[in-house]
Design a binder for this molecule. Sequence first.
Ligand SMILES: *Cc1c(COP(=O)(O)O)cnc(C)c1O
Length: 632
Amino acid sequence: MERDSLALTPEEMRALGYRAVDLLVERVDPRAEPPIRRAAPSELARLLSKPPPEDAGGPEALERLFRDVLPYVARVDHPRYFAFIPCSGTWPGALGDLVASALDVYAATWLEGAGPTQLELTVLDWFKDWVGFPPEADGQLTSGGSQANLQALACARELRVGAMRDDLALYVPDQAHSSVARAARVLGFRPDQVRVLPTDRELRLRPETLAAAVDADLARGLTPLVAVASAGATNTGAVDPLSELAEVARERGLWLHVDAAYGGFAALTERGRRALAGIELADSLTIDPHKWLYQSFECGALLVREPDGLRRAFEIVPPYLGDTVVGEGEVNLGDRGIQLSRTSRAFKVWLSIQTLGLAAFREAIDRSLDLAEHAARRVEASDGLELMAPVVLGIVCFRRRFAAAEDEDETARLNAQLAADLAASGIGLVSSTTLRGRFALRLCPLNHSTTREDVDAVLDFLETAEPATDAPPLLRRGRVDDVRDAWLVSAPEEGDARAEPGDLMALELFADVPPKNLERLARLATVRDAAAGALLVRQWDAARELSVVLEGEVEVERDGDVLERAGPGEFFGEIAALDWGHGYGYARTATVTAATPVRLLVLPEGTLETAMRLAPGLAKAVERAVAARLPG
Ligand SMILES: *Cc1c(COP(=O)(O)O)cnc(C)c1O
């Protein structure tokens, strides 16, 4: 008899399945463990880096997964995991995933998955209803917010203009999620086609800012394509003024994409709906069930207002899929995005909401909002802590005041140490961020099992603990610059001369640079002369170079107001020259003209971060200037 070498008997399936359930239920309550456990790569390689066995290992492999792999994770579902965006699923949701994968459910075509397709359409209809989208809007469940953002931008371009063009421009608030920049990069938007726009003191994109940037591009004959807005920015939870931005976009013919990946499901509560007012005006909307709808990874969603919009943007039917063509009322969800073979992510959403009831989800979201407000009140009432941003949607940014800290760097170092100490203590976990150049701890109580005592325990620690000096580096803060280096460094402008080490040596900014580095720096830079009155850069331009005045004076103006004059040793362009993400940067936030004949040392696009590595004095000065000069 022929043998299926991969099959188990029903008895074996049951035995292994029951064992898996037992092991899972034991682990589902994470309170027994610390929120994070790091491991050395060498330790894990020793445990796990082995060739595949030729012979069957049997049930022992399952035990090993629980013994050798699962202990080494951050419990993102831990009630005291307040870092990044926590995720806490539900048991019925997990079973939805199990069913979908055990039965290899295929949710790409109606032919092969009519039931799962209808279930996904139903779930999407719920989402549309919750955020106020019209029932005829298009939609798809995705792997997450990143895929949804990518598909939204691709869909906007396909429906509005078709293939990529040089004249298209994209507008992104500086608080937008990095996946928007990654999407732009994947779609081939060049750095000069993406305008990162400064947000205001509350980290919201002002409608006037968007309007001014778009109008400047229209005046130049460019085609403004998409404006992105945040409805719950990952940094602070800030919600951009969506109704006003929608109006600016509508008047100028732009597509408005609203990224509500983490914040969107707050619409299930009254407070959330108020905070998200205007979300229903988006042309497309990203909303992640695997964040605030308590679904396990992976589950994101994209809604597109235009009926059939996603299909028109993505549908391709090759000969070998000709049998799957749909009839009246049927839908091929695999034609609504970039993924063909796809499982049903609707199973978990549907099963968890059917089993537990929507009221339970509303209640959990409401409780998260309560906890964030409670934390905010505690921070405000504390002498030792200060709030760093308004608390809108379940994220609290704050930090400890250290009276002895001399400057921002010292405050940041001590607070980062506190966060690391907290992680090492096993009491809880927060992450950190930078807001307009100022360090902030970030507490995000989105877990449905978190209690007020959990929040208090973490705040107690952060309010009172003395930063250690020797805590293990459970949290390491830093940035990776490699991505920036991958972008083309633009060629020097015509007429520029090569810089010499002597040009730099005269400047205070480079006083601490060793001669070897000075030569490398000089090779990056050029020298440019301009006549009095020359326009050096215009507000909203995409120019990404940093200029240091060597001789003469320049005049800096913003929105028509003269801000200052800058002379020898001073610089401009640092905001736009710094990488915001994936090679994109801010649009110029000021117009600069030569007040006298000037000579400038120019660090061309793509060189500033290398220059900052070579010249610590320059790095400090640039960081300080960015924090001080960001408009808002
Ligand atoms: C998390 C997040 C994303 C990215 O979503 P993934 O599901 O991680 O791909 C995008 N935008 C916002 C606002 C987010 O919070």
